[in-house]
Design a protein around this ligand. Structure first.
Ligand code: XBP
Ligand code: MG
Length: 243
């Protein structure tokens, strides 16, 4: 029986990555770094989850050494810049997200977040888009820096399930990226994917369903129908699924 929806944040709740890219680039400029991530740079770098990890990858790619830069301090500055940009309130939720959340709440389902991004970014997004404090909307929030290994590792979804007190079979993950799909699947969750602007060409072949956006989902009824079918399919396939 479906008891919870576990949402990814960036790219799923809203198309946030252009705002992240702007925050990274403005922070680099503020700190005297002659780095500027174009959309193509960022699409490539996005395969590395986590802003600190992404900065470290770029530093290596440009021949730098981790000792050259205080990456945690730079990322704190980027997060401050991102939350300021988000607070302007110009970014809408993705299509169908509010309606699905309203339906889930009315049906008494628990709502959770499992994200790679930083907790302040989740707070800022919830205030700017839902108009409420994150904890009032989401019973559980599992964020990137709380786990040892970021997506595609299962850690953040496992943390969300632990905090929900639910087995994976009683929840479903909603994602936008291949890394997120891998993370949710490795935690034993079925995953519905709505590709975002930066992830449109990624491989979603193991998703329970791929939709353009949540207006195309058909609401909770589709999810409830999906769960028994997809679980039966899993039992028949060679891949060992944990539930
Ligand atoms: C996407 C990420 C994050 C963001 C940037 O997170 O990989 O790193 O790109 O946020 P999600 P930070 O799992 O929500 O799709 O700089 O805070 O990491
Ligand atoms: Mg995402």
């Amino acid at each position: 029986m479906l008891e919870a929806l576990i949402f990814d944040v960036d790219g799923t709740l809203a198309e946030t990555e252009e705002l992240h890219r702007q925050a990274f680039n403005e922070t680099f400029a503020d700190h005297g770094l002659d780095w500027y991530w174009t959309r193509d740079d960022y699409r490539r770098l996005l395969t590395t989850t986590g802003g600190k990890e992404r900065i470290a990858r770029h530093l290596t790619e440009v021949g730098g050494h981790p000792c050259d830069l205080d990456i945690p301090a730079l990322h704190i500055a980027k997060t401050a810049r991102y939350t300021d940009l988000m607070a302007k309130g110009d970014l809408p939720l993705r299509a169908g997200v509010q309606a699905l959340i309203d339906e889930a709440r009315a049906a008494g389902l628990k709502l959770a977040i499992a994200t790679t991004t930083s907790r302040p970014n989740v707070e800022a997004l919830c205030l700017a888009t839902f108009g409420v404090v994150a904890d009032l909307l989401f019973a559980v929030i599992a964020s990137g820096d709380e786990v040892a290994a970021k997506k595609p590792a299962p850690d953040v979804y496992q943390l969300a399930l632990t905090r929900l007190g639910l087995p994976a079979s009683r929840a479903i993950a909603l994602e936008d990226s291949a890394n997120g799909l891998k993370s949710a699947s490795a935690a034993g969750l079925l995953c519905i994917v709505s590709p975002s602007a930066y992830t449109a060409n990624e491989d979603f072949s193991t998703a329970a369903k791929v939709i353009k956006d949540f207006t195309e989902l058909g609401g909770l009824e589709t999810i409830r129908r999906l769960i028994p079918e997809a679980q039966t399919l899993r039992k028949g396939c060679s891949t060992r699924w944990t539930t």
